[in-house]
Design a protein around this ligand. Structure first.
Ligand code: SER
Length: 315
């Protein structure tokens, strides 16, 4: 039976992954954890542990005490926050990861590690960026994700641990807000559209980046973790995408539902530079052929669902 620990469970992905995993494997088998506990969150709906993954002893103890055999390691700082404090990012993203890998090694756990489009940099091909290509990022976040991918593969090769990962693009969702990422505009735009009918975007209107909708992000993680290992030629980490879109295209999709919606632009130079160093679009064919990545939401379907779900929640 699976006993799953989710680190960083109060964040954008964790807030929804924990419920998704609890529906699938049973509430008592999924232990949410985080540095803080948010009242009224998934922390109140099942097992929860206060856990800062930079604390190696506590990380090992939480795994041991709960007889964990699978870890979804989500605790991480994102790209824009990382540029404000690179040392803090390195501490959380890298020391946190090795503590999780060491706990996994001590107790024979499988690990899911979310990597990112941030592993690519200006030397990578811009369009249909392949699975295997140059990964020389210019952000500390991207550097931590490339290093993390290599470290995860190393623990697989050296110690035989089952570690798998996805290169997530921007994730659009409606439960917890993302914090400190470059792709955050694509979430904030929906809240602003519903509350104020207007959004000021921090990226230029023609900045193309890959995105997926949260239900696909969750299903992708679980599907990869359940895939037949004999079919995986890669492990860390698979390119995945569902749509390559610009702020202008996203605004147009929202306008179809809300004709009075307007967008203007106040460019944040830090996040624009980061976005410009990332691919316009990814080639995710390896994920499709090796383990059946098959996203259900394109721009139109995601926009319709986001507006519907969020309108009900905000009202
Ligand atoms: N969403 C992340 C960010 O913008 C990318 O992985 O930092």
């Amino acid at each position: 039976m699976k006993k799953i620990l989710v680190t960083g469970s109060m964040g954008q992905i964790g807030s929804e992954l924990v419920s998704h995993l609890r529906d699938r494997y049973g509430s008592s088998n999924v232990i949410a954890s985080g540095r803080r506990k948010k009242n009224g969150s998934i922390a109140d709906q099942g097992p929860f542990e206060l856990l800062d993954v930079t604390d190696s002893e506590k990380t090992e103890a939480v795994v041991r005490n709960n007889k964990v055999n699978t870890i979804y390691h989500l605790a991480s700082l994102l790209s824009a926050t990382g540029e404000q404090d690179p040392q803090a990012l390195w501490n959380i993203n890298m020391n946190g990861l090795i503590n999780v890998l060491e706990a996994a090694r001590a107790h024979g756990c499988s690990v899911f590690f979310p990597s990112s489009i941030a592993v690519f940099g200006s030397q990578s091909p811009k369009d249909k960026t392949p699975q295997d290509t140059i990964t020389r990022p210019s952000t500390i976040y991207g550097i931590s994700k490339v290093s993390g991918e290599l470290l995860c593969d190393y623990y697989h090769l050296k110690y035989g641990l089952d570690i798998r990962g996805l290169r997530y693009p921007g994730i659009i969702s409606n439960v917890a807000l993302p914090g400190g990422g470059t792709t955050d505009y694509a979430v904030l735009i929906f809240y602003d559209a519903l509350k104020d009918g207007r959004h000021t975007c921090f990226l230029k209107e023609d900045t193309a980046l890959d995105f997926i909708y949260m239900p696909d992000a969750l299903e992708g993680a679980v599907k990869l973790m359940e895939a037949d290992p004999a079919k995986l030629r890669h492990r860390n980490a698979f390119n995945i995408t569902a749509m390559s879109i610009t702020p202008k295209q996203l605004a147009a999709a929202i306008k179809e539902h809300k004709p009075d919606f307007t967008i203007d632009y106040e460019i944040d130079p830090v996040r624009q530079e980061i976005a410009d160093s990332w691919p316009n679009s990814l080639d995710d064919s390896e994920a499709r052929t090796q383990w059946g990545w098959d996203p259900q939401y394109d721009l139109k379907k995601m926009t319709t669902d986001m507006l519907e779900v969020l309108a009900a929640r905000i009202n």
